[in-house]
Ligand binder design. Structure first.
Ligand code: UDP
Length: 423
């Protein structure tokens, strides 16, 4: 039996005020024909990274609207997660080699996982490549099977994609964040496009008293009265933490008061994170205005919330990014984002709507300087960003899209399949 993750008892009703009553009634209407359906979400970690952030809310809300939804974990050890991180990196375009021994490690872990899988479900949603082999190993399991890809596959390494593709093709449907992410040779019954989402009522995103913000920053060694740049990300080269430090140093030459905080959590399925963390600490050197902290320093959801609210500019200088929940998290708090022009970041920031899109350190530096020097611009971009998130990137929209897809799979009506349109 796979480990089940506890999810919060949520009430859709509470989301009406932020997401709009119309969104709530549409969800109720779409959930009605699915009442009692058994839904299973499976991923590899209950902590760290975007998927672990989305699933508690999605599963909790599915339950509230009458579905029997569960979230379970694929078991794994460091050896397996080292291979799946390589697969992840390869799918994002890194030149990695997946030799026979590594394939064997993946296959063996998948087999143990398939042996531990039990239960009858109506819809099984498998998130990302770690548990992807399950469908082909359990071809007779009940229900419709959906593979939810959270990664940008645009530049996928052909060797690694060749390893993953047959697993994905065993599914009834696949969900991608953007049409661009779909490899042209993928053959799968139904293709849906669904951007991820943030939960506006979770500790990560709920409103906080401003006095609390100062207190949290102060306790963690940051001066709440001086300008603050922030990047919240796992320690991962794709998030370009060194680039962020270079940008901060360049900004500091012009605005000596500025501070930078890098907040990064350690995910249990990301053994590479520790090495990179130590590397970044060394690179940062001794600078009292540059703080680097992790969940192990007591920076949990509330602290991240406080940091995002208290920042003047949030950076998400990724070189590849499936979506980048941290962008919507910052925008929801009215803070403009300077983000890499990659993956899911442009769809959140828009064309200069809610911040600036950049490809080089120089552009990022100019954008930070422009925003730090112009309070009015920061406020207007932040407000536009919040509205964009309200319309497109809240959990209610994500839930609606899943319900549409399940209904499409139930009835065969292709017109219900979500297309990821941004409004
Ligand atoms: N996160 C966090 N603490 C940290 C670093 C990240 O809570 O120290 C959260 C962050 O707020 C976001 C998620 O982890 O909700 C990261 O999701 P994203 O889509 O940005 O990136 P991923 O890690 O999935 O590549």
């Amino acid at each position: 039996m796979l480990e089940e993750v506890k999810v919060p008892p949520l009430s859709l009703e509470a989301y009406g005020e932020v997401a709009g009553e119309e969104a709530v009634s549409e969800i109720r209407r779409l959930a009605e024909p699915l009442r009692g359906a058994r839904i299973l979400h499976v991923n590899a970690t209950k902590f760290g990274g975007g998927v672990a952030e989305i699933l508690p809310t999605l599963t909790g809300l599915m339950r509230d609207v009458g579905l029997e939804a569960e979230w379970r974990l694929m078991p794994g050890n460091d050896q397996f997660f080292n291979v799946t991180k390589l697969v992840h990196n390869g799918l994002q375009g890194m030149d990695v080699s997946l030799d026979q021994a590594k394939r064997h490690t993946y296959d063996e872990a998948s087999r143990r996982f398939a042996d531990a899988f039990e239960g009858d479900y109506d819809y099984v949603v498998i998130h990302d490549p770690q548990p992807a082999a399950l469908r082909s190993l359990r071809p007779n399991a009940t229900g419709k099977w959906v593979w939810r890809c959270h990664i940008d596959l645009t530049a996928a390494n052909p060797d690694v994609w060749g390893f993953v593709r047959p697993m994905v093709e065993a599914y009834d449907a696949a969900i991608f964040t953007l049409p661009d992410y779909v490899m042209p040779d993928l053959r799968v019954g139904v293709l849906a496009f669904i951007p991820p989402s943030i939960d506006p009522l979770s500790p990560k995103n709920m409103p906080l008293e401003s006095a609390l913000l100062d207190d949290v920053l102060f306790r963690l060694g940051v001066d709440p009265h001086r300008p603050l740049l922030l990047q919240v990300s796992r320690f991962d080269p794709w998030k370009d933490p060194k680039g962020v430090i270079q940008v901060y140093r360049a900004v500091k030459r012009e605005i000596p008061d500025v501070q930078l905080s890098l907040v990064g959590s350690m995910a249990s399925d990301d053994p590479e994170g520790w090495r990179i963390y130590r590397d970044i600490l060394r690179y940062a050197g001794q600078d009292p205005d540059l703080t680097i902290m992790t969940n192990l320093d007591g920076v949990g959801a509330l602290e991240v919330n406080a940091f995002q609210r208290a920042s003047d500019v949030v950076l998400q200088k990724s070189l590849r990014e499936g979506f980048g929940l941290t962008v919507s998290e910052a925008l929801w708090k009215g803070v403009p984002v300077v983000g890499g022009k990659v993956g899911g970041i442009p769809m959140q920031i828009g064309d200069d709507v809610a911040g600036r899109l950049v490809t080089t350190n120089e552009q990022a530096t100019r954008a930070c300087l422009e925003l730090l020097r112009n309070d009015g611009l920061r406020t207007s971009l932040g407000e536009a960003g919040k509205e964009r998130v309200r319309r497109n990137f809240l959990s209610t929209r994500n839930l609606r899209d899943y319900l549409l897809l399940f209904n499409a799979l139930r009835t065969g009506d292709a017109s219900l399949v979500p297309q990821g349109t941004i409004v």
